[in-house]
Every structure is written in C-alpha cells, then in structure tokens.
Design a protein around this ligand. Structure first.
Ligand code: ADE
Length: 237
C-alpha cells in the first residue's frame, strides 16, 4: 500500500513515520510512504504558497496552484507505479468526519492514499472541490497543521495492512476489535511491588485464560467506555 502526503513539512512526516514498526514495513516494501513538498510546486519565484483571503479576515490561506500542481505530480508518481492511478484524496481538517477504527479498516483496503495537509488558515476552496474525495478530522480540537493528524491516520491504517505487524493476531485481538477494550496484560516478574500476576494466567488452561480475558474486557469496557459497551451489548443480541 502506498501513502502520499502533500505537505509543507515533509521532514516532519518522514521522521515521524519512518521509525519502528512502520519504518520496518517500509524497508521490507510492505508499504511506501512519500511526503511531497507543496512548496516545490509553486510557480511563485520566491517560493510563496500562501496569500491573503478575499473578503478580509485574519491569516493567510494556502493557494490553489501549488496544491493542485502537487496533486498532479503525485498522480504521475502513482501512474509510474501502477496502471490504475485512481486514489482517494483525504483532506485532514477539523471540519471532516471523525476518524475511527472502522474508517481505518476501510481505508486499509485501498491501494493508494493521498493525504493533503493544510496550514495557516486553510486552503483555497476551489482546489479542495477539485481534488478532495474525503474530509477527515481526528477529533474536535484544532491543531496548527494537518501533519500530525495525517500521521495519526497513516499509523492506524498501515498497521492493518497485512504483514505490517509481526503476527496478524495483534491487530485482531486488541482494543476496539468487537467494540471491546483490551484485557489487562502482565509480563515477568510474577510478583512486582507485592502485586502478583492473576493466577489464572499461570494455570496453563487456555480455555480458562480466554474466558478470563473476555470477562476482563467486558468489565473494563463497561467501566471506562460505557458508550462502546452499549454498542457491544446491542451486537450480542
Ligand atoms: N487540522 C487541524 N486540526 C485538525 C484536526 N483535529 N483533525 C484533522 N486535521 C486538523
């Protein structure tokens, strides 16, 4: 799966995503992440990508031309890799639909994804109308730019791509799968600061362990995320 990020801060995106699990997946070629600098595509001879807004108001707006030309360049990159250059273009914005695990799952099925990161007061509406297929937010708060939200989404999506995680199981069993939070987990030592690991986990009885874990997941979800618990309960019926 190929991720393209249209941004004014490509180094921020690459540094953030090229480490640890995703970095190894990139090295293996399971995923590719390319941050494309919007400033490289401006026709302004001083490298300017923003200007004042018509109608007045505070702040600067990213202009249509550099964003559109970056998009065309990304399309060319996609075409070079494969014949079918169709792709979704996600504009990360607090005005978008709230990102979720379900959305991550859906997007993980795409071959290419392009993220558009805004800065300043936003982006000229006309280029958004021209290229954007999805408007997505990571939550009801406002950040200084779209890079962190794009990185959050790419991390959540990429880990669902087959072979990115070491064993597919860890993407299956954890929090939000089946609408339940993950059960508590323990590693060595058996006793730490007078706290012992629950004895059932040392029993070797896998059926009992599974049962205990499910109980814990249910109890934890009910206590910490009653909204998720209700969803899960309704699904059981
Ligand atoms: N850009 C600024 N804030 C954002 C948010 N919460 N989600 C997505 N993009 C953003």
């Amino acid at each position: 799966m190929n991720f393209y990020v249209m941004t004014l801060f490509p180094e921020m995106v690459m540094q953030g995503l090229n480490t640890s699990i995703l970095g190894r997946a990139v090295e293996r070629g399971t995923i590719a992440i390319e941050a494309v600098n919007i400033r490289d595509y401006t026709t302004d001879k001083h490298g300017k990508v923003d200007d004042y807004t018509y109608g007045g108001g505070a702040g600067m707006l990213m202009q249509a031309q550099p964003v559109y030309d970056t998009y065309l360049a990304v399309n060319e990159m996609i075409k070079k890799k494969q014949e079918d250059a169709r792709t979704r273009v996600i504009y990360v914005t607090p005005q978008g639909k709230t990102f979720s695990q379900d959305m991550a799952k859906e997007l993980a099925g795409e071959g290419n994804l392009v993220f558009l990161c805004g800065h300043y007061e936003g982006i000229d509406e006309r280029v958004l109308e021209e290229i954007v297929t999805d408007y997505v937010s990571i939550g009801d708060y406002v950040l200084t730019g779209g890079e962190l939200p794009a990185m959050v989404m790419i991390d959540a999506i990429a880990r669902l791509v087959p072979d990115v995680l070491h064993n597919d199981e860890s993407a299956q069993t954890e929090s939000f799968h089946n609408d339940l939070l993950e059960y508590p987990q323990y590693s060595r030592p058996e006793v730490w600061r007078d706290k012992a690991v629950p004895s059932i986990l040392l029993s070797g009885n896998h059926a009992k362990v599974d049962e205990w874990r499910l109980e814990q997941s249910i109890e934890r979800t009910k206590r910490l995320r009653p909204d998720l618990y209700e969803k899960w309960e309704a699904r059981q019926k």
